[in-house]
Design a protein around this ligand. Structure first.
Ligand code: ADP
Ligand code: ASP
Ligand code: MG
Length: 437
C-alpha cells in the first residue's frame, strides 16, 4: 500500500553545529519508516555570511576569498566532528560545491547583481544538504539526496523567483515519487530553484519553509512540520516580548495574516499552497520534539488572544503629484505597475486627494529605485528606520503599551480584528545643564 507522504523542514538554527545535526538525526529516527521528504536550510547563519561574499565580490575589495574560506573552514570543522572516520565522499562532494563558487569569484563580477547573488548564496543549502544526508546515512537512516533545482522551476527573476507550478508539479511527480517508493528519506534543499536555462534562483530570504510547502503541495502530503527553536507559534516574538503564550491551533487565515505582517516564525508564502490542498501545518520545537506545538489547519477558531507582529526596517513613502492632479484618479495604475515590477511588498497604504502613502519593507535599494522611477511626475518624501506593528484581536491595554515611546505616523483599522501602525521612536530629549553663574 502507498504510504502517505510527510514533509519536514529544518531551518538554519536546527543545523547550526554538529550537536544540532545529531539532534535532527535523533528526531528523524522516530520517523524511520515513514515516507518523508526532509527540506533543509543552510547551516546557522551561513546565508548571511554568503551575502558578505557576494558584496565583497561585487565591490572587488579583495576580501571575497577570505570570507569564503572562513565559511568553508566552519563547515569543515562541523564535518570533522560528524565524520570522525573522514568520509571521503562527503568531503569531496562539499569541496566540489565550494569550487563552483571559487570559479565565480575568479571571474569579474556579473552585471546582474541578483543573478550573481543567487549563484553564490545558494551553495549554503547545497553544502548543508550534502552534509546532513551523509550524516543520516552514517547513522543508518538511509537518505537519498535530491537536487531541489531539478524539481522547483522558477521564472528568471533572481533573488525572488516565482514558482512555475505546472512544470514543478510534473517534475516532482516524475522525480520524487519513485524516490519515495524506496525505503528511506528523501532529503533536499530549501530556498533554491532553477530557471528553464538551469540557472540557480532563490525564492527570497527565509524561503525554505516555502520550499517545504511546494513539496507538500506537489506530493499531496498528509501533513508538513517545521521544526523551530520555539515551542510553536506564539502570541508574539519571544525575543521581543515577555509573557507570550503558545497558540495551539490556528486557522490558515490567521497564520497568513500574522506571517504576512512580520511574524517571522513562518515564511509568509508557506501557508497558501497548504491551504489550497487542506494540508495541515505543524510548527514544533526541535528542542522539545514531544511538545504539541501549533497545529494550523482549515478549522476555524474564533477565540484568539491578542497577537502582535513587529516588522522592522520599514520605509514610509509619501508621494504627491507635481501637477496637483489627483493621485488615485490619474496615476494609480502607473504606481502599481512599478511596484509589481520591482516586486515590492506593500504593507500599508493610504491615499488622500493629492497624496499617497505607502509603507514598504526597506530591503536592498528597492524604495530608492521606486522613487527614482517616479520622480519626474511625483514628489517623494521618505521616512526610514520605521517599524510596522500589527495587532490582531487587539485589546486597549496592549495598544496602550505598544504606543508607549512611539510616534504613530500612519494607523489603520481593518475590520474589527486588526490594527496596524507605522511608528518611530519618540526622540529622547534631555535637558541641558544650564551653567550656573
Ligand atoms: P529557522 O531556524 O527555521 O530559520 P527562524 O529563526 O527563522 O527559524 O524562526 C524562528 C524564530 O522566529 C524564533 O526564534 C522567534 O524569535 C521568531 N518569531 C517571531 N515571531 C514569532 C512568533 N509569533 N512565534 C514564535 N516565534 C516567533
Ligand atoms: N538559508 C536561507 C536564508 O537564510 C533560507 C532559509 O533559511 O529559509 O534566508
Ligand atoms: Mg530562518
Amino acid at each position: 500500500m502507498k504510504r502517505p507522504v510527510r514533509v519536514f523542514k529544518f531551518g538554519g538554527s536546527s543545523l547550526k553545529d554538529a550537536a544540532a545535526i545529531q539532534n535532527v538525526a535523533n528526531i528523524l529516527r522516530d520517523f524511520k519508516d515513514e515516507s518523508l521528504v526532509v527540506v533543509v536550510s543552510a547551516m546557522g547563519k551561513t546565508t548571511n555570511a554568503m551575502e558578505t561574499v557576494v558584496e565583497a565580490h561585487a565591490a572587488q575589495n579583495g576580501k571575497a576569498f577570505d570570507l569564503l574560506n572562513e565559511i568553508k573552514a566552519q563547515h569543515y570543522r562541523i564535518m570533522d566532528e560528524l565524520f570522525p572516520s573522514q568520509n571521503e565522499e562527503v568531503y569531496a562532494a562539499v569541496n566540489d560545491v565550494f569550487v563552483e563558487v571559487e570559479w565565480v569569484l575568479e571571474e569579474p563580477p556579473h552585471d546582474n547583481y541578483d543573478y550573481m547573488y543567487d549563484q553564490i548564496v545558494s551553495i549554503g543549502e547545497l553544502v548543508s544538504s550534502k552534509i546532513v544526508s551523509a550524516f543520516l546515512n552514517q547513522m543508518e537512516l538511509p537518505t537519498a539526496w535530491l537536487d531541489a533545482r531539478d524539481v522547483i522551476l522558477t521564472d528568471d527573476i533572481f533573488r525572488e523567483g516565482w514558482v512555475q507550478w505546472e512544470q514543478t508539479q510534473e517534475r516532482a511527480t516524475k522525480l520524487v515519487t519513485p524516490l519515495l517508493e524506496k525505503p528511506g528519506f528523501v532529503l533536499t534543499q530549501g530556498f533554491i530553484g532553477s530557471t528553464t536555462e538551469n540557472f540557480t534562483t532563490t525564492l527570497g530570504r527565509e524561503g525554505s519553509d516555502y520550499t517545504a510547502a511546494i513539496f507538500s503541495f506537489c506530493m499531496d502530503a498528509q501533513d508538513m512540520t517545521i521544526w523551530k527553536d520555539v515551542p510553536g507559534v506564539l502570541t508574539a516574538d519571544p525575543r521581543k516580548f515577555e509573557n507570550v503564550t503558545l497558540l495551539d491551533r490556528l486557522s490558515y487565515k490567521e497564520a497568513i495574516e500574522m506571517t504576512y505582517y512580520g511574524a517571522k516564525v513562518i515564511h509568509p508564502k508557506t501557508i497558501k499552497p497548504l491551504q489550497n490542498k487542506s494540508i495541515p501545518l505543524m510548527v514544533k520545537s526541535y528542542i522539545n520534539p514531544e511538545g504539541a506545538g501549533t497545529y494550523i489547519s482549515d478549522e476555524v477558531e474564533d477565540n484568539y488572544p491578542p497577537m502582535v507582529a513587529i516588522e522592522g526596517d520599514q520605509v514610509l513613502l509619501q508621494i504627491s503629484t507635481r501637477d496637483f492632479s489627483f493621485v488615485a484618479e490619474h496615476h494609480i495604475r502607473e504606481l502599481f505597475n512599478i511596484i509589481a515590477d520591482l516586486r515590492i511588498q506593500v504593507n500599508m497604504m493610504q491615499n488622500s486627494a493629492i497624496s499617497f502613502s505607502l509603507c514598504v519593507n526597506d530591503v536592498d535599494d528597492k524604495a530608492d529605485r521606486f522613487a527614482q522611477r517616479i520622480e519626474q511626475d511625483f514628489k517623494v518624501m521618505m521616512d526610514r528606520g520605521l517599524e510596522l506593528i500589527t495587532v490582531r484581536h487587539h485589546q486597549p491595554a496592549i495598544m496602550e503599551e505598544l504606543r508607549k515611546g512611539k510616534i504613530v505616523l500612519l494607523e489603520e483599522r481593518i475590520k474589527d480584528t486588526t490594527i496596524q501602525m507605522v511608528v518611530k521612536d519618540v526622540p529622547v530629549m534631555r535637558r541641558k545643564k544650564v551653567p550656573t553663574a
